[in-house]
Ligand binder design. Structure first.
Ligand code: EPU
Length: 337
C-alpha cells in the first residue's frame, strides 16, 4: 500500500551510509504507486527525488520534497529467436539479481556487468560500465513516466544520448522522468568481450582458451572482489570520480613528466585512470578521520561512519592535489545532492 512518511531517515538506503533524511518518503511496490506519488506530490507542491539502489549518491543535506524508493520488480522475456533474446526488467529490480537471472537462462551480454550495485532503472541514467562493456552495448529501449504530465514515453538508444557514464537523464532530462522499465537485447550464443587486461591474464593463468559463461562470471567476480570493497562491509559508492579524458597534446606533456602514466587511447582523446592520479597524489589507503580512499583501489572513497562534511572535505582535498600535480580536474562520478 502506498504510504508517505514524514522526516524519514534514509541513511541505510544508500551504500555510502552518510547520514541523510528525507522530508517526505514513500516506497513504490507497483506501477500504480507511481501515479499515487505523482498525485501526492502535486497536491502538496513537492518536488520528487527517485532513489534506486542508492549506490551512486551522497546526500549532503536533508532532501526536501518527496523521496521515492523504487521497489517495482519484474522480469519478462519479450521475444526469443535462434540468436537473440529481448528481455525487459522493471526499474526497481536489483541490477545484480537481474544479471544473475540472465546468466542462469544462458543469455550472453551482461556478464561483464555482474555484481554492480544499484537497480535496473538507475543503470541507463549513468550508462553503467565495467570491463569493456557499457549498458548501451546491450540496451534496446526504456519506458519512463514524465513527472510533469504523468504521460508515458519510450526512449530508444539514440534518444538516451549515452556516453561514458552519461545519458540525457543526467543532463537535459535530469529529474524529469521516472524510468519504469528497461529492455535489453542479449545473445543466445557466446559473444564475450575479453579485452580488459585482468580478464585476459586470468584466462591465461587458468589455461582457458574457449571460456564458457560460468568461467567468465567467476573471473569477473574474482576481479571485482579483489579490488572493490563490498558496501555491506565497508560503505562506499563505487568509483567516486570519472576517469578524465584529455586531448593528445595534454597527454604527451603529462607523459613526458610521468613516463609510467597508464592511459587508454580513445578515438580523439586519451583516458587517464583517476585511480592512478589519486594514488600518485598519495591518497591511496589514506584515512582522514572516518573517511578514506580505499587501499586496494584508490578511486573508491570509503566511509566508516563519517559525515557528509568529512566526505566533501576529502573530495576537495583529492581534487585540489590532483589539479596541482597534473593540472587535471577530477569530476565526480557519484551524484552529490
Ligand atoms: N590504478 C592505479 N591505482 C589503483 C587502481 C588502479 O594506479 O589504486 C590504475 C591502473 O593502471 C589500472 C587503471 O588505474 O590499470 C584502471 O583501474 P581499474 O581497471 O581498476 O579501473 P578504473 O578505471 O579505476 C573503471 C570504472 C569502474 C569499473 C572498472 C573496470 C570508472 C569511473 N570506473 O575503474 O566502475 O569497474 O573501470 O572496468 O570508469 C564504478 O563506476 O563505480 C566502477 C566501479
Amino acid at each position: 500500500m502506498f504510504k508517505v512518511e514524514h522526516d524519514r531517515d534514509i541513511t541505510q538506503l544508500t551504500t555510502i551510509k552518510v547520514p541523510a533524511r528525507a522530508q517526505y518518503f514513500a516506497i513504490l511496490k507497483k506501477r500504480a504507486d507511481i501515479y499515487s506519488a505523482l498525485e501526492y506530490a502535486k497536491q502538496h507542491g513537492l518536488d520528487i527525488y527517485i532513489l534506486g539502489g542508492g549506490s551512486n549518491v551522497v546526500f549532503t543535506k536533508k532532501i526536501k520534497g518527496l523521496v521515492l524508493k523504487n521497489e517495482i520488480k519484474g522480469i519478462e522475456i519479450l521475444k526469443k529467436t535462434k540468436s537473440k533474446v529481448i528481455v525487459r526488467a522493471s526499474s526497481g529490480e536489483n541490477w545484480s539479481r537481474f544479471v544473475s537471472y540472465t546468466i542462469d537462462q544462458g543469455f550472453y551480454g551482461l556478464e561483464n556487468l555482474f555484481l554492480i550495485y544499484g537497480t535496473v532503472g538507475a543503470a541507463p541514467v549513468q550508462n553503467i560500465g565495467a570491463y569493456g562493456v557499457e549498458l548501451k552495448d546491450v540496451f534496446l529501449s526504456l519506458r519512463a513516466i514524465d513527472l510533469r504530465t504523468g504521460k508515458e514515453k519510450e526512449f530508444a538508444l539514440e534518444a538516451c544520448q549515452f556516453a561514458y557514464r552519461e545519458s540525457v537523464f543526467k543532463h537535459k532530462l535530469k529529474g524529469r522522468f521516472f524510468i519504469t522499465d528497461v529492455t535489453f537485447k542479449l545473445d543466445i550464443k557466446p559473444r564475450f568481450k575479453l579485452d580488459y587486461g585482468p580478464i585476459k591474464a586470468k584466462l591465461k593463468e587458468r589455461g582457458i582458451k574457449k571460456p564458457n559463461l560460468k568461467q567468465i562470471v567467476d573471473i569477473i567476480s574474482e576481479i571485482r572482489n579483489s579490488k572493490l570493497p563490498n558496501p555491506y562491509q565497508m560503505p562506499n559508492a563505487g568509483s567516486f570520480f570519472k576517469n578524465p579524458e584529455v586531448g593528445f597534446s595534454v597527454y604527451k606533456k603529462l607523459l613526458k613528466k610521468y613516463p609510467d602514466m597508464p592511459a587508454f587511447k580513445l578515438e580523439k582523446k586519451v583516458k587517464i585512470p583517476a585511480a592512478w592520479l589519486i594514488e600518485q597524489a598519495g591518497f591511496k589507503g589514506k584515512k582522514y578521520g572516518k573517511v578514506a580512499m580505499y587501499e586496494k583501489q584508490a578511486l573508491i572513497l570509503t566511509n566508516n561512519g563519517g559525515s557528509a562534511a568529512e566526505v566533501l572535505a576529502l573530495v576537495k582535498r583529492v581534487k585540489k592535489k590532483v589539479k596541482f600535480l597534473f593540472g587535471l580536474d577530477l569530476e565526480e562520478e557519484v551524484n552529490i545532492i
